[in-house]
Design a protein around this ligand. Structure first.
Ligand code: SAM
Length: 296
């Protein structure tokens, strides 16, 4: 229904269920019933949802590769006073789903267009809430890159992240990813495997990476479904007696490139509250190895 008393229409960003249709909000249903255009990545999937709730509306396909082409058409419609709803096939739009471009444009260029969010499920947040891992600080990374070398690079960047880490993964890549996570994060990192949230085969299993892989390989059905991994953040062992954590070493080596050894040691020891002596020993050992083996 066109906004007659207002110049512009609204852009509604509406979350949809991630499995159980009954998780849709009343407000989402009311809004979907009244808007002029519904945009969705997979018109068939949203068609099933709308049919379930007896909402008879045409759905317009809107996904990453046609977003650029269609964006002006829909922005024009909003400018003419029509209301538009952007929905996800499942979950919250823009969270590894289309919509970023239109929202960004409304925030930066078409600032008079009002964006109205209608909240609902998001697999990442739901998984985090039942993982048992710290929820006060977390880091959402979506899907890891598909290509192995890029995936390894990303994992190396995330290795020392001390917030709880949330990843999305698919059935056919999950084992490959877990092997890479094990290689980079170490076999003992605690990880929670959560799948099929709100659906019939909803399940959750937490263990260290080695045991999780073993558990998954016991039954191929365990690999099937939509998956979220929630990984315990990296924990420092900076005060252990004679071992320096990778983060301390990394900081020291970076500082050493820019400063004198003395200064690099002082600053590192101040940052991490560790004895300078430990860093001196590390430095001497590293240099001795270098001189003996001619490798860094
Ligand atoms: N926008 C969605 C959201 O808010 O969660 C995410 C869309 S992303 C394209 C799809 C991925 O989300 C799946 O591959 C899976 O990793 C995760 N996911 C979606 N639904 C899920 C569910 N019911 N249980 C577990 N993970 C789910």
């Amino acid at each position: 229904m066109k906004n007659n008393n207002l110049k512009l229409g609204y852009l509604y960003i509406i979350a949809t269920p991630i499995g159980n249709f009954n998780d849709i909000s009343k407000r989402a249903l009311i809004t979907l019933n009244k808007v002029d255009y519904i945009l969705a990545e997979d018109t068939r999937k949203i068609g099933i949802l709308l049919k379930f709730f007896n909402i008879k509306k045409k759905i317009y396909s809107y996904y990453e590769y046609n977003e650029k082409k269609k964006i002006n058409f829909f922005l024009k419609k909003i400018n003419q006073g029509y209301n538009i709803a952007l929905v996800s096939d499942a979950g919250t739009p823009l969270i590894n789903d289309p919509g970023y471009r239109i929202v960004q444009l409304c925030r930066t260029k078409y600032i008079n267009i009002k964006i109205i969010p209608i909240p609902g499920p998001c697999a990442a947040i739901l998984a985090l809430s039942i993982s048992g891992l710290p929820t006060n600080r977390f880091c959402y990374e979506g899907f890891l890159p598909h290509k192995k070398n890029k995936r390894i690079k990303r994992l190396n960047e995330l290795k020392l992240e001390n917030r709880t880490l949330i990843l999305y993964e698919s059935t056919h890549r999950i084992l490959k990813c877990l092997y890479d996570i094990k290689k980079i994060f170490g076999k003992d990192r605690y990880i929670v495997f959560i799948k099929e949230l709100t659906k019939k085969w909803e399940s959750i299993y937490g263990n260290n990476i080695s045991n999780l892989i073993k558990w998954l390989k016991l039954d191929v059905n365990r690999l099937k479904g939509e998956i979220v991994l929630v990984i315990k953040g990296y924990k420092e062992s900076i005060n252990s007696k004679d071992q320096l954590s990778p983060k301390v070493i990394q900081t020291f080596l970076k500082l050493k490139k820019e400063l004198s050894i003395k200064k690099a040691i002082k600053i590192t020891s101040d940052i991490f509250s560790i004895k300078k002596n430990l860093l001196y020993k590390f430095y001497i050992k590293k240099n001795t190895n270098y001189n003996n083996n001619k490798v860094e």
